[in-house]
Design a binder for this molecule. Structure first.
Ligand code: G4P
Length: 536
C-alpha cells in the first residue's frame, strides 16, 4: 500500500466522558465489533476502579497493566483505527487533556440520566481549543433518563456546540423501543443484548412509509412528529462543519446493551477525519510531507522499581517513521534512534518497523523525553498545542530525609517531566510547590519518590487557588507584582513566571494593578513567558 493510502486509512480518536457515563463499556463494544477482542469484560478488567481511591498499590498495578491499552489499534471497514485510551479516574484528567492533543477527533459519551456533567464540560473546553471534531453518543437509553430534546438543548447550551441528531429514540427507559436513523430511514429495534453483536434493523421508505404504522401502531405518529420537529430545529448534517468542530452529530444508544454502537462506528468511519495537519513553531506540517515529524504527548512509567524505564508515546504527524533510523530530538538538539518502537493491538504489544501519520507508537525512554518534545528528520521546529493547565490542588513539599535532598530533586524533576504533577519554585528552587489535578496524584508522587528515588516526602497544604502564567513585555509591566506581591510569584519548570493566586479576588487585584501584564491559567508546554533576569 502506498504512503498516501496509509494516511487516508487512519482514524485516530479518543472516547471521552465524565466518569461513569460509559466510556469503558463503549470502548469494549467497539473492540468487539472490530473483532479485536472476543469477549466482553476484557477492557473492563484493566480499568482503574474508582472506589479504590485510597488503595494506591492497587491503582498502580492497574495502571501498569493499562500500558498496553494506552493505544488500541484495530481495523474496521478498511480503516486503521487508533483509539487512544484516557484514564477513567478524574484525578488523572490532565493526562486526558494531553491525549486530546494527539487525536484527530473524539467521541463524547453522555449519560442520558445525568446529562452534561462537570468533567464533560472541561473536556469539551479542551476540544474547543483546537476545534476537534466531536461525535456525541447519548448512552444508557435503557434507563429512565432526561427527555431527548432537553438533553440536546442542554448540550448546546453547556458545551457551546451546535448539535445535529443523526438518530432519534422512540421511548426511553422501560418503554425504550429503539432508534430511528434519520439519514438512513432505518429503525433499530432495542433489545437487551450484552454479549452478541448483531442489531435488529428494519429499513423504511421514509417517515411516510405506512409500514411504520403497522409496526409501531399509535407510536408511529409520535416518531414522525419528533423527527419532523428535529428536522425543523436543527440544520441538516454537514460534514465540513463537523470537521471544523462547529457541529456535533448525535447518536442515542446503550453501550451496555450493544445498542446503537454499530451505527455509531459505521458513521464514525464514514465521516471522521483522517490525520489532520498540525501547527508548529515553523508553520503548518501536513501528514503527506515526506519527512517524519511527531511529538510526545504522554509518558508512561514502568512501575517496577528495578527498571526505571518509561514509554514515551509519539504521535506521528508527517512522513514515515522507521525503526532504527536516526531522528532529531529538537529540544536536546541531538540525533536518536529507536530499536524497539512498539505498537499496540488490543492487549498485545508488538514491534513496529514502520508507522504513519495518525499512528501512535511507544518509545522506550530512560529520561530523555518530556511532554511536548518533538522528533523530526532534522527540522528545528516544535509542535504547538500541547497545553498545560493550572493545577487544582497545591501543596508544599517537605523533605523528610535531609540526606536525600539530591534524590528528591532528581525524582521531582523526573516525575514532573512525565507530567504527573507540576512544579513551582521560589527562593532559588528551595521552596517547592507541587500542583496536581486530583488528590490521588500526591499518593502516587509520594510512593514513587520513595520507591524509585529513595526520597521521603510529605506535602502540607498551602493557601493557593490557581496558577496564572504571567505574560509581560518588560519588567515595568510587572513592577507592582515584583514589589508588592512577590510572595505569590513562582517559577515553573521552564522558568516561566507564575502568579499563584490565593483567591479570585487576589487575581483581580493583581490584574488591576498590573494592567499591562496578561494572566493566563494555561500555557503550552513549549511556550515561554518572558524570562526574568532575577531569581524568584
Ligand atoms: P466510565 O468508563 O465512563 O467510567 O463508565 P463505565 O463504562 O465503567 O460505565 C459505568 C457504569 O455504567 C457501569 O456500571 C456500566 O455497566 C454502566 N453502563 C454503561 N453503559 C450502560 C448502558 O447503556 N445502560 C446501563 N443501564 N448501564 C450502563 P457499574 O455498575 O458501575 O459497573 P459494573 O459493575 O457494570 O462493572
Amino acid at each position: 500500500m502506498n504512503f498516501e493510502n496509509e494516511i487516508e486509512k487512519r482514524r485516530t480518536f479518543a472516547i471521552i466522558s465524565h466518569p461513569d457515563a460509559g466510556k469503558t463499556t463503549l470502548t469494549e463494544k467497539l473492540l468487539l465489533y472490530s473483532g479485536a477482542i472476543q469477549i466482553a469484560g476484557a477492557v473492563k478488567s484493566n480499568k482503574i476502579k474508582k472506589t479504590a481511591a485510597s488503595d494506591f498499590l492497587e491503582i498502580e498495578k492497574q495502571r501498569g497493566i493499562s500500558v498496553s491499552t494506552s493505544v488500541l489499534s484495530f481495523e474496521y471497514s478498511d480503516k486503521m483505527i487508533n483509539l487512544l485510551d484516557t484514564p477513567g479516574h478524574k484525578d488523572f484528567a490532565e493526562d486526558t487533556y494531553r491525549t486530546l492533543t494527539a487525536v484527530d477527533s473524539v467521541i463524547l459519551v453522555i449519560d442520558s440520566v445525568k446529562g452534561v456533567e462537570e468533567q464533560t464540560e472541561k473536556l469539551m473546553g479542551v476540544c474547543r481549543m483546537r476545534n476537534t471534531p466531536v461525535i456525541i453518543f447519548i448512552n444508557k437509553m435503557d434507563r429512565e433518563g432526561k427527555e431527548p430534546v432537553d438533553l440536546l438543548d442542554e448540550i448546546e447550551q453547556k458545551l457551546s456546540i451546535r448539535v445535529r441528531p443523526m438518530t432519534y429514540p422512540l421511548g426511553k427507559g422501560s418503554d425504550f423501543k429503539g432508534v430511528y436513523n434519520i439519514y438512513k430511514n432505518t429503525f433499530a429495534f432495542y433489545q437487551s443484548n450484552k454479549v452478541k453483536v448483531e442489531e435488529n434493523i428494519m429499513l423504511f421508505r421514509g417517515l411516510d412509509d405506512p409500514e411504520l404504522d403497522k409496526v409501531f401502531f399509535g407510536l408511529a405518529e409520535k416518531l414522525r412528529y419528533n423527527v419532523e420537529l428535529i428536522d425543523g430545529i436543527y440544520e441538516q448534517f454537514n460534514q465540513e462543519n463537523y470537521i471544523k468542530g462547529e457541529v456535533a452529530p448525535v447518536f442515542f444508544g446503550s453501550a451496555l446493551n450493544n445498542f446503537g454502537v454499530k451505527e455509531l462506528l459505521d458513521t464514525f468511519v464514514e465521516i471522521a477525519p483522517p490525520p489532520l495537519e498540525r501547527e508548529t513553531t515553523a508553520g503548518v506540517v501536513k501528514p503527506h510531507d515526506d519527512t517524519m515529524s511527531g511529538f510526545i504527548f504522554k509518558i508512561h512509567a514502568n512501575l517496577d522499581p528495578k527498571h526505571r524505564d518509561r514509554i514515551a508515546f509519539l504521535r506521528i504527524c508527517s512522513g514515515r517513521f522507521e525503526r532504527n533510523k536516526f531522528y532529531y530530538h529538537v529540544r536536546l538538539e541531538r540525533e536518536m534512534k529507536f530499536a524497539n518502537p512498539a505498537s499496540f493491538m488490543a492487549q498485545a504489544k508488538t514491534l513496529v518497523d514502520a508507522a504513519y501519520p495518525g499512528d501512535v507508537i511507544g518509545l522506550y525512554d530512560s529520561g530523555t523525553f518530556k511532554i511536548g518534545d518533538t522528533l523530526t528528520e532534522g527540522g528545528k521546529f516544535m509542535f504547538k498545542g500541547v497545553p498545560r493547565f493550572s493545577p487544582e490542588i497545591f501543596r508544599l513539599v517537605r523533605n523528610l530525609d535531609p540526606f536525600k535532598s539530591k534524590q528528591l530533586e532528581k525524582g521531582i524533576q523526573y516525575l514532573t517531566d512525565e507530567g504527573l504533577a507540576q512544579l513551582f519554585t521560589q527562593n532559588l528552587g528551595n521552596k517547592k510547590i507541587i500542583g496536581v489535578v486530583g488528590e490521588l496524584q500526591f499518593d502516587v508522587l509520594k510512593y514513587r519518590l520513595l520507591h524509585e528515588f529513595g526520597a521521603s516526602v510529605d506535602f502540607s497544604p498551602i493557601n493557593a487557588y490557581k496558577a496564572f502564567w504571567v505574560k509581560f513585555k518588560s519588567k515595568d509591566d510587572i513592577e507592582d507584582l515584583l514589589r508588592l506581591r512577590s510572595h505569590f510569584l513562582y517559577l515553573d519548570k521552564n522558568n516561566n513566571l507564575v502568579f499563584l493566586a490565593d483567591s479570585l479576588y487576589s487575581l483581580h487585584m493583581a490584574q488591576e494593578k498590573n494592567p499591562k501584564a496578561k494572566f493566563d491559567s494555561s500555557i503550552e508546554h513549549n511556550d515561554q513567558t518572558l524570562l526574568l533576569d532575577e531569581n524568584i
